[in-house]
Design a protein around this ligand. Structure first.
Ligand SMILES: Nc1ncnc2c1ncn2[C@@H]1O[C@H](COP(=O)(O)OP(=O)(O)OP(=O)(O)O)[C@@H](O)[C@H]1O
Ligand SMILES: [Mg+2]
Length: 141
């Protein structure tokens, strides 16, 4: 039922809160984790020139940063795919969940843009509103 898990991760402490929950899915049929990081276009403009080669290099660098997390999940028996995409996070997350035919999305309630006590960030809210598969949103507190 929850074999294939999508984990949108933005390298924030709030996103990290989802990790122990994903690990728990292992004992109830979890088999595969797809970790997705979405590079927002404004971030690309800040860091690299908008050239195909530079984008590829940027993508590779982020993939490397995801390796320790990939290994952490693999160590407990998940098969893990990392995925670095460009675009609007919620759009990409929804699209990838469909493409991978995922069973559940597990994510943080807030992320890198967290402002004080707002309960839900815009990515979490958009995914919740539009997803056709279950979404587990892990609170920041
Ligand atoms: N760029 C991203 N790539 C992958 N996952 C993301 C990305 N941004 C957010 N997420 C996921 O969504 C969760 C909630 O983050 P969200 O962006 O909604 O909150 P926020 O950054 O506090 O608010 P906002 O982006 O509206 O300023 C994160 O913990 C993470 O799981
Ligand atoms: Mg955000």
């Amino acid at each position: 039922m929850f074999g294939k898990i999508i984990f949108p991760y933005d390298f924030s402490e709030y996103g990290e809160k989802a990790i122990p929950y994903i690990e728990k899915f292992k004992s109830i049929g979890g088999k595969e984790v797809i970790i997705i990081y979405v590079v927002e276009y404004n971030e690309v403009f800040k860091h690299v020139l908008y050239k195909e080669l530079e984008l590829k290099r940027f993508q590779k660098k982020i993939n490397l940063r995801l390796q320790p997390l990939k290994e952490r999940f693999e160590k407990i028996g998940f098969s893990v795919t990392t995925c670095v995409e460009f675009g609007t996070p919620s759009n990409v997350i929804i699209k990838k969940a469909l493409e991978y035919k995922a069973d559940i999305i597990v994510m943080g309630a807030q992320g890198r843009g967290a402002v004080g006590s707002f309960f839900l960030g815009s990515t979490a809210l958009n995914v919740l509103q539009r997803s056709s598969i279950p979404v587990l949103v892990v609170p920041s507190k």
